[in-house]
Write a protein that binds this ligand. Structure first.
Ligand code: PLP
Length: 368
């Protein structure tokens, strides 16, 4: 039996008829970029996250860039970023000419360690970026307290955390500004590239709206510098349709995770992800740790179970950041995770038989 890492075909089939109708509409109305489909999606997405403003943009990476730009981050500034995250979190800062300052994460939540953040703050620190890694919100209260104490904004990278909650509040409106990704494999995926920027701050929202669209306040009135970071209508239409189903898909992901939690518990050498009390985890990924994850991944592959690694090389050890002087051993939690992490298949359409096959295969590897 084969269990894919995720099954985009199954997901697409479930909405295909509705999306194709919407796409016909786009072809007919000829608003190919932004326009009513994107506006309708932005409204639905903002409502679902209980946040005042949402701008659809070209990618999550561009969303990270826009967030930093809106906050006025520039050359000479430092931005605190977890060492353990997808590298695009750091591009927001680097694209503005700022320096990413990596810090370690917590062993239980895999998210920013507030003590490490506090220790990394210097007079040059101009923002802290919390990533809600794998779909579990970071511990925002202590991070917000640090941000407030130093008078700097806390930014959210929500690329993996659509609809996730921290103490009952949806992500995307907890910090000063937030970005989301709609890369096809994300919890809410376009049929191509897509991203969003959300905020409760009118001024930041106004800037993002202008910068993404050539710095325009209105047509041919360019109030600020800009770029073309607009969302395409075809993607806005896909996302608008998918908004009707994302809550159900999220519950399905949580059911798969609960099944793994229950059936994989008690294997001594296997560390399961920890669900923090303050979080509603949306399980973009289900990441376990094992002493020899290459061997476990290889064995699962032979059993037809696809796996992934998120992320095998920490950011401070990436070649592109060598000039920052990152050293092996600098961030023990991140480095241990990088050596031991293995992501098991998880997607909303996963059936009982597939889940049982993953569990049986993992157990047979450990002789459990
Ligand atoms: C996917 C991802 C991004 C980038 O999103 P794109 O839409 O692919 O540009 C940024 N940050 C994190 C944490 C991600 O997982």
């Amino acid at each position: 039996m084969n269990v894919p890492f995720l099954d985009l075909n199954a997901n697409h089939r479930s909405v295909q008829d509705e999306v194709l109708k919407e796409w016909q509409d786009v072809l007919d109305n000829t608003y190919y970029i932004l326009g009513p489909k994107v506006a309708a999606f932005e409204k639905a997405f903002a409502e679902a996250h209980n946040v005042k403003h949402c701008h659809g943009v070209s990618t999550g990476t561009d969303g990270n860039h826009l967030g930093m730009l809106a906050l006025g981050i520039g050359p000479g500034d430092e931005v605190i970023i977890p060492a353990d995250t997808f590298i695009a979190t750091a591009w927001g800062a680097t694209l503005c000419g700022a320096t990413p300052v990596f810090v370690d994460v917590e062993a239980d939540s895999y998210n920013l360690d507030p003590a490490a953040v506090e220790a990394a703050i210097t007079p040059k620190t101009k923002a802290i970026v919390a990533v809600h890694l794998y779909g579990q919100p970071a511990d925002m209260d202590p991070l917000l307290a640090i941000a407030e104490k130093h008078g700097i904004p806390l930014v959210e990278d929500c690329a993996q955390a659509h609809l996730a909650e921290y103490k009952g509040r949806k992500v995307g409106g907890i910090g000063a500004i937030a970005s989301f990704s709609f890369y096809p494999g994300k919890n809410l995926g376009a049929w191509g590239e897509g991203g969003a920027v959300t905020t409760n701050d009118d001024k930041l929202a106004e800037f993002v709206g202008m910068f993404r669209n050539q710095g325009q306040e209105k047509k041919y009135h360019h109030k600020v510098y800009g770029h073309n970071y607009r969302m395409e209508a075809l993607q806005g239409a896909v996302l608008g349709v998918k908004m009707k189903y994302i809550a159900g898909w999220t519950e399905n992901r949580r059911k798969v995770a609960a099944y793994y939690d229950q059936h994989l518990a008690g294997i001594e050498e296997l560390q399961l992800p920890k669900h923090m009390d303050y979080a509603k985890h949306v399980y973009h990924l289900y990441v376990v740790q094992a002493p020899d994850r290459e061997a476990l991944g290889g064995y699962l592959g032979e059993k037809g179970v696809a796996t992934g690694m998120h992320y095998p090389i920490p950011n401070h050890l990436q070649e592109c950041f060598a000039h920052l002087g990152g050293k092996k051993g600098q961030f023990p939690v991140t480095e241990q995770l990088a050596d031991r992490c293995l992501s098991l298949p998880i997607f909303p359409e996963m059936n009982e038989e597939q889940m049982a096959h993953v569990v049986a295969s993992v157990k047979s590897y450990f002789g459990a």
